[in-house]
Each structure stands twice: as C-alpha cells, then as structure tokens.
Design a protein around this ligand. Structure first.
Ligand code: UDP
Length: 236
C-alpha cells in the first residue's frame, strides 16, 4: 500500500523537555536519536520538515527569578542553540541533510535566519532547524513556531508534548481528566488551556495555522500525525 502524507511542509515544535528524556534536564542521547529517526522517516515520505526547538531543558526566562528579564530571556534563546546543534548532529549522523538557522547571529556555528534561504533548503530536502527563538525577549519558542510557520507557509504545526493531547484538567493529577479530539483557537484562549501561550495561539488563529498536539511517548506518533491518523488534539 502506498502511504501518502497529509501535509507537504510542516513545522515540528520540540520543547526542550522533549529532548531531555526521563532526566527532565539536559540532553538524552537516546531520546534525541529516536526523534531524529522519526524525522528521517518523514523526509523519506517526501515531507518538508522545519523544526523549532525550545530550551526549557536548560533554561527558561522565568527560571531567572530576580534577574533582568531580558537577560534571562537571552539565556533561554542561547539554550535553544545547544539543542539545535544536538539535533543537527543526530540527524546528520543518520544521513539527513540539515541546516541550523539562528535568529541571533552566530556565524561560526549556524546560518543567520533568512526566510527565502530556509524555504530553498526545504525544497532541496534539507531539514531546517530554527534556533534562538524569534531573537526577541518576551517571546517563546511556541510563538516562534507560529511565526515561522506563517513565514514559510507550513500547513500545520506538530506540537510534540510529554502529554498525549489537550485535557480539560491535568491528567497527571486528575485521573478523570477528559481529552479533547478537537478544539477551536478561541476555546483554547477562553478556557486558558495550556496548549501554547496566548501570543502563539493568537498568531495561529489569525493566520489559520492548525496545531496538532500529541505525545512523543509513542515512537510512531510523528509519522501517524503526518499520515492524518487521529491522534492527540487538533486545534483549528
Ligand atoms: N525565548 C525568548 N524569545 C523567543 C524564544 C525563546 O526570549 O523568541 C526564551 C525565553 O526565556 C524562554 C526560553 O527562551 O523561556 C526557552 O524557550 P521556551 O521556554 O519556549 O522553551 P520550551 O518550553 O519549548 O522548552
């Protein structure tokens, strides 16, 4: 049976936590390898994959209590670069061509973010990893995913989480928590559901970019999402 992907160009948003494995901190080599293998499978299906990485496994702006917020946010953006390089290394190790583009210039280690170049890389079947978030403090890498998705005209944001979708309450605390199959952006905003921050959600709403929230715990989930199988929660 020929399997054809539902999407041609996607943004995969990986939180820093997704790379940390069980430790919850730093980078777990096995976890990053497993993600890299899944990304390779997507590429083999002909999907153009751009990745936005978070940095929460090392540092988040809000970790820096008592610090100047802007400084703390720049530290967070630098953390995303460490993750981007780890991911690049894992992908190149299994022969997936990649480019890291950073919103804060670091010429020795990555290309600067240039939209037209990013699109060209995707067309040439290279995985593009966006580092340093938007390059601005007071934003998140979820907002980066929304912004880059709009810029490169990605059809969907795959939001890989530790939890396997969006629930009406925390499933780790409330065993009767109910999972939503589908939600509207406005429901996410009104109900204050912790899918994405409100800036990111609004940007997706205004630009009609669907968000597919799913768990990374099942190895095949990224592929299932691409093939259009009902997994996780779709926000549209
Ligand atoms: N950050 C920022 N501007 C951006 C993106 C990220 O200032 O455009 C900072 C912010 O401090 C954030 C940190 O980088 O807390 C790490 O990103 P994020 O919390 O989104 O990572 P994740 O939760 O996805 O691991």
């Amino acid at each position: 049976m020929v399997v054809s992907p539902k999407y041609k160009r996607i943004i995969l948003k990986l939180s820093g936590e997704a790379l940390a494995g069980e430790n919850g901190f730093g980078i777990d080599g096995n976890t990053v390898s497993a993600i890299a293998k899944q990304v390779k499978e997507l590429q083999e299906l002909g999907v153009e994959v751009a990745i936005v990485v978070g940095g929460g496994n090392f540092w988040r702006g809000r970790t820096g209590e008592g610090m100047d917020r802007t400084t703390a946010d720049y530290m967070g953006m630098l953390a995303t670069v460490i993750n981007a390089l780890a991911l690049q290394d894992a992908l190149e190790g299994i022969d997936v061509l990649t480019r890291v583009q950073t919103a804060i210039e670091m010429r020795q280690i990555a290309e600067p973010y240039i939209r037209r170049k990013a699109v060209r890389h995707l067309e040439k079947a290279r995985v593009v990893i966006f580092a340093s978030g938007t390059g601005n403090p007071y934003f998140s890498t979820d907002t980066t995913a929304a912004l880059r998705a709009a810029e490169i005209e990605a059809e969907v944001i795959l939001l890989a989480k530790k939890v396997d979708g969006v629930y009406d309450s925390d499933p780790n605390i409330n065993k009767d928590a109910k999972k939503f199959d589908e939600l509207s952006y406005i429901d996410v905003l009104n109900k204050g559901l912790g899918v994405m921050d409100s800036t990111a959600t609004s940007l997706c709403m205004d630009n009609k970019i669907p968000i597919l929230v799913f768990g990374l715990n099942e190895p095949e989930n990224i592929k299932k999402a691409i093939l259009g199988e009902q997994i996780g929660t779709c926000v549209k």
